[in-house]
Design a protein around this ligand. Structure first.
Ligand code: NAD
Ligand code: TYD
Length: 360
């Protein structure tokens, strides 16, 4: 039986990933979810599996070496999937320090703990024990030529404190592979969207604001381009890389779906109008009049675009969900989970841990 240690499993992608692997492997696996529950961690994302046999939640900071070491000592962890990070560019511009602490030092703590647990006396590693580091395409910087794409060989050129901290963590993983032969992979993926995304990121923020008749703040001229990937496709890619990819390799995971931000916002408006019932009063205020151009983000990268050729060729992964389907599925999820959204925006979700776990 495989035991996964998933860090940041209460966040957006991590919680989708835990759902994905339980759906795929069922009772054949155990999952230990280590999460500090920062503002971005929401245990309500995992409500339906919280009592599942084979699932354990540990509230811990990935920088806490003693606790992380203990988790490795007490369990035969053979898969680490490392999501935990500070992930929002705007926050990194305001306060870079916590990004360095969690993303760089936290990753180092995870690497040290896994190496201590897995390295044998002769320098080899326990067989079939692997670490996957989840990173971002933002480490490659910004593309100016419309014909260019990010490949695994593209030189790192991070600009924001967020992407600089992720680049640093990637280099630390590479250093462990090169120096100690540490069994790892790195994935660099494009912008994700889908269920459970915290409404500080573009897509859930726009859905939430539009439904509440609030303005839709578009940074700068709205012409920055991101390559949008449906989160379940990303989770599938991570699993395929870890099980079928070549150890020590980096794989880019992208949606092949480049859109300008303003196009995303207009698509959300038209899809909301299309999906809401004819007699829903909110239809009246969901119009392009809500769009408000605001001061641009400092150092705003212009375009990200991934060429996911290597992952397709080597493990057979490709983005299955086209944007038109993905955005409808995402909006349908937010319609069905309005209470989740209200609890996130009011801050009430942060009481959930106390109420569910304080007496356990
Ligand atoms: P998120 O912000 O939604 O979740 C991060 C999770 O990590 C939260 O549950 C939080 O509580 C936890 N966490 C933060 N600091 C911690 C610490 N010190 N110790 C333990 N847990 C801690 O992030 P996400 O969007 O799910 O992103 C997950 C990973 O994927 C990150 O590494 C991010 O860099 C990467 N990534 C995200 C995207 C995207 O579009 N969201 C794109 C590319 C890469
Ligand atoms: P975001 O979701 O924060 O992801 P990232 O910065 O990691 O790509 O932002 C996506 C794009 O949308 C980015 O170009 C910034 C822009 N944006 C807005 O125009 N308005 C907003 O309110 C937000 C949150 C983002």
């Amino acid at each position: 039986m495989r035991t996964y240690l998933v860090t940041g499993g209460a966040g957006f992608i991590g919680s989708n990933y835990i759902h994905y692997i339980f759906k795929k492997y069922g009772d054949e696996i155990r999952v230990i979810n280590v999460d500090k529950l920062t503002y971005a961690g929401n245990l309500e994302n995992l409500k339906d599996i919280e009592d599942k046999e084979g699932y354990t939640f540990v509230k811990a900071d990935i920088c806490d070496a003693e606790t992380i070491d203990r988790i490795f000592r007490e369990n035969d962890i053979n898969r680490v999937v490392h999501f935990a990070a500070e992930s929002h560019v705007d926050r990194s511009i305001k306060d870079p320090g916590v990004f360095v602490r969690t993303n760089v030092l936290g990753t180092l703590t995870m690497l040290n703990a896994a190496r201590n647990a897995w390295e044998q006396e002769d320098g080899s590693y326990l067989p079939d024990h692997k670490f996957l580091h989840v990173s971002t395409d933002e480490v490659y910087g910004s593309l100016s030529n419309p014909e260019d794409y990010f490949y695994e060989t593209t030189k790192y050129d991070p600009h924001s404190p967020y992407s600089a901290s992720k680049a640093s963590s990637d280099f630390m993983v590479k250093a462990f592979m090169d120096t100690y032969g540490f069994p790892a992979n790195i994935t660099n993926c494009s912008n994700n969207y889908g269920p459970y995304q915290f409404p500080e990121k573009l897509i859930p923020l726009m859905i939430h604001n539009a439904l509440h008749g609030k303005s839709l703040p578009v940074y700068g001229d709205g012409m920055n381009i991101r390559d949008w990937l449906y989160v379940e496709d990303h989770c599938k890619g991570i699993d395929l890389v870890q099980e079928k990819g070549r150890l020590y390799e980096t794989y880019n995971i992208g949606g092949h779906n480049e859109r300008e931000n303003i196009t995303i916002v207009k698509t959300i408006i038209s899809t909301l109008r299309d999906m809401l019932p004819e007699d829903d009063e909110r239809r009246a205020h969901i119009t392009e009049d809500l769009i408000t151009y605001v001061t641009d983000r400092k150092g705003h990268d212009r375009r990200y675009a991934i060429a996911p050729d290597k992952i397709k060729k080597e493990v057979g992964w490709y983005p299955e969900t086209c944007f038109e389907d993905g955005i409808r599925k995402t909006i349908a999820w937010y319609f069905d989970h309005q209470e989740w959204m209200e609890r996130v925006t009011s801050g009430a979700y942060q009481d959930y841990y106390e109420s569910m776990y304080s007496n356990r």
